[in-house]
Design a binder for this molecule. Structure first.
Ligand code: SF4
Length: 200
């Protein structure tokens, strides 16, 4: 009983206390810069319901998702494959670009042709390419994959993988260093954004 009397006396004292004026910060000379700008009245309904929404095309969103989740098929052909494997190791951290090596063509969307393409191997490369879902991309890594490299006189070597599958990016070198292949991946990402209206 005594406690409830004390509590009601405290509440009464709070109610009788003079109200403080609202706090107004004193910015001094910075007042103009720190005062929030009055925005004009919004007209579009989404700006009223969801202020701060970014409006963009669906093709841009799809292309950004595509370029930020490239899954290269893990298969190699010759010495360039060692550099490709090194590129996919932890010290180059390709995950930061959304590039994740994948051991099946069924879910991969990038094929890196890393090495000499012999005519005996060509049908297997074409089959793997056809097993990949659309949209899919090809990087020709190194001189051998691009035009036969040092084996231009060899009848058993295909003089460029673009004879059997379409190539999106060529990476020069014999072999190209990992930095060159990373540059190839980045160029492919730019190409995906440039071609965004052409891919459904
Ligand atoms: S381009 Fe050079 S390093 Fe690459 S597979 Fe051909 S010979 Fe080997």
């Amino acid at each position: 009983m005594a406690m409830s009397e004390n509590a009601s006396a405290e509440n009464g004292a709070q109610a009788d206390a003079p109200k403080r004026p609202p706090y107004v910060p004193d910015y001094g000379a910075e007042e103009l810069r720190l005062t929030p700008v009055e925005l004009p009245e919004a007209h579009a309904a989404y700006r009223i319901v969801l202020p701060g929404v970014i409006q963009t095309g669906a093709d841009v969103v799809l292309a950004m998702g595509r370029k930020s989740s490239l899954w290269p098929l893990t298969f190699g052909l010759a010495c360039c494959a060692i550099e490709m494997i090194g590129t996919h190791m932890a010290n180059h951290d390709l995950d930061r670009f959304g590039i994740v090596p994948w051991p099946s063509p069924r879910q991969s969307d990038v094929m890196v042709i890393s090495g000499t393409v012999t005519k005996k191997m060509a049908p297997a490369i074409k089959l793997l390419y056809e097993q990949m879902p659309n949209p899919k991309y090809v990087i020709s890594m190194g001189a051998c994959a691009t035009n036969g490299g040092p084996y231009t006189e060899y009848d058993r070597v295909l003089q460029g993988v673009d004879k059997i599958i379409p190539v999106d990016v060529y990476v020069a070198g014999c072999p190209p260093r990992p930095e060159a292949l990373i540059q190839g991946y980045l160029r492919l990402q730019e190409k995906i954004m440039e071609d965004k209206k052409m891919v459904g």
